[in-house]
Structures are given as C-alpha cells and as structure tokens.
Design a protein around this ligand. Structure first.
Ligand SMILES: Nc1ncnc2c1ncn2[C@@H]1O[C@H](COP(=O)(O)OP(=O)(O)OP(=O)(O)O)[C@@H](O)[C@H]1O
Ligand SMILES: [Mg+2]
Length: 273
C-alpha cells in the first residue's frame, strides 16, 4: 500500500545558537523554524511563501535531511528520514529527490563540463541511464534531460561560464532531474531570472509535472510563480506556518492578516494566469 503522502513532516523545529549578548552573557537562540507540520501528496505542487527570514530555506533543508532538526520528524513515502544517518544510509532519499537553489552559478562547479555536472548524480547514486547499463546509457540520459530543460546535447561538452544565467539555471535543473526524482524541491530557483526566462522554466516544470507526475515543493517570492505552478500554498512568518490551503483560496481569500499584507507587498496577481 502506498503512503497517503509522499512527504510528511511533524513538529519540525530548528534553533540556532546566536551570538552572546555580552562576553559573560548567555547565548541568544534564534528559532528559525517552530513546530512545522507539512503534508505533500504525490503529484501535487506546494508553494512556500513568506518574508525574508521566515524560515522557508530552513524548512526545505530539513525536509531533505540537509540539516538536522532540533525536534520533529520527516517521512518520505511513509519511511522515516534520519538526518543523522550517513550519505550511504540516505541514498534511498537522494535517489528519489532533487533540489535546485536560487543562485545557479554557486551551485555549478566551474571546473566540470556541463555533461559531468548534470550526470554526476547518476554516478554518485549508481543509477543507470534510460534502460541501459554503464556510461553509454548515462550519457544518453544526460542528453535527454538537457533536452527536457530546453538545452541541446552539444552543450554537455561546454563549461558553466560559457552560459547565461538562465541557461545555468536550466543546467542546475537538469542536474536535479537527471536521476528522475519523484520530488523536486526548489528554493527560489527562478528569482534570479528575468521574466521571459522565468516563464520558459515555468513551462518546463509544468510539462514535467504533467508527463512524469513530478511532485514539487517551491519556495518563491514570486506570487505569479506560485499561482501558475502550485496547487497548494504554505505561508510562513517568524518560523511558523501561519496559513495553508489551496492556492486560489490562499491568494484570493487570505484568512490571516499577515498573508494579506504579504500579498499586498508583492507585485499584483494576474487573475488570468
Ligand atoms: N546557519 C544559521 N545560523 C544561524 N541562524 C540562521 C542560520 N540559518 C538561518 N538562520 C536564521 O533562521 C531564520 C530563518 O532563515 P531562513 O534562511 O530559513 O529564512 P528564509 O525564509 O529562507 O529567508 P529568505 O527569503 O531571505 O531566503 C533567520 O532568522 C536566519 O537568520
Ligand atoms: Mg531562503
């Protein structure tokens, strides 16, 4: 029997020790995330919005065991995720998940060709290419995923600095998708891009959702992105989830004053999207 949710978290909390108030004083503590519960159904897209510092990145890092919570638990496909486990013990989670960050340049190793960057997860996770064993199959898979994100196979031989910001973000996306994850998490993956490129990458994501039933968790400052891509929205403030629900409902009839202020502070929502 499959789990009711692909991804579930309960009571996720992350505190960071802050600076001492004085050399002899106690350390302050920042609560980046407090008691967050989240459920993501397979095949759906969930947007996470909230002002800067509200805990969005902290939450997605914990969901993928890239950080250890102070309290709380995460389950993926019903299976408990142990963030303290070593890389080998987390293989199963890495195989089924991918992540893209905001800054496409920082996340790409400048000394590696695009083909190596994009294919690296196949080697690291010991995954064959499309139905073919060994490096031939993997190379083909890299070419296919480059095409999926709107790049061409010949780009595999080139290096990141030869590409524009938008192309680099496509490379980062290809790398996050090459091993066919069931869940893709984006931490503001589109915010460094101009409007046209953003629209193109949104198209790519929408197509992959339709074709592969990819599940998405998208942190975004951009309500347009959330509106066009996400079925549900989670609103965060000061490390807490303050509102959540279907995208239409949260964006058009926000129940919480903070959500209303947040939406008012962001460029207008296009009712036709
Ligand atoms: N490594 C860290 N050490 C100490 N405090 C941290 C650390 N990482 C995050 N914080 C604090 O936790 C809080 C939440 O940070 P987080 O990065 O999750 O916010 P965010 O919602 O992603 O913000 P942004 O929209 O600016 O990316 C902030 O107050 C931040 O200063
Ligand atoms: Mg962040």
């Amino acid at each position: 029997m499959s789990a009711p949710f692909l991804l579930s978290a309960r009571g996720l909390t992350r505190r960071y020790p802050g600076p001492r108030t004085a050399p002899w004083g106690r350390r302050t503590v920042t609560t980046a995330l407090a008691d967050a519960d989240i459920d993501v159904r397979e095949g759906t897209a969930v947007g996470i919005i909230g002002e800067s510092g509200s805990g969005k990145s902290t939450l997605v890092r914990l969901l993928l065991a890239l950080d250890v919570p102070t309290a709380g638990t995460v389950r993926f496909d019903g299976r408990p995720v142990d963030p303290r486990a070593g890389a080998r013990a987390l293989h199963w989670l890495r195989r089924q998940t991918g992540i893209v960050f905001q800054d496409p340049y920082a996340s790409l190793d400048p000394r590696m060709s695009v083909g190596r960057i994009v294919g690296e997860p196949l080697w690291a996770l010991d995954i064959d290419g499309d139905g073919r064993r060994g490096s031939m199959g993997r190379r083909e898979r890299v070419h296919d995923v480059l095409a999926d994100v709107g790049l061409t196979p010949d780009m595999a031989a080139r290096y990141p600095h030869e590409f524009s910001g938008g192309q680099r973000q496509r490379i980062a996306l290809a790398r996050a998708l090459v091993h066919r994850p069931r869940l893709l998490i984006g931490d503001e993956p589109l915010s460094a891009l101009d409007v046209t490129v953003r629209a193109q990458i949104l198209d790519v994501l929408a197509r992959l959702r339709a074709r592969d039933a990819l599940t998405l968790v998208m942190v975004s400052h951009d309500i347009g992105v959330v509106q066009s891509l996400c079925d549900e929205v989670v609103v965060m403030k000061d490390g807490r989830i303050v509102e959540e629900g279907p995208t239409e409902k949260v964006l058009l009839q926000p129940q919480v004053a903070y959500t209303r202020r947040l939406l008012a502070s962001i460029p207008a929502i296009d009712p036709d999207v």
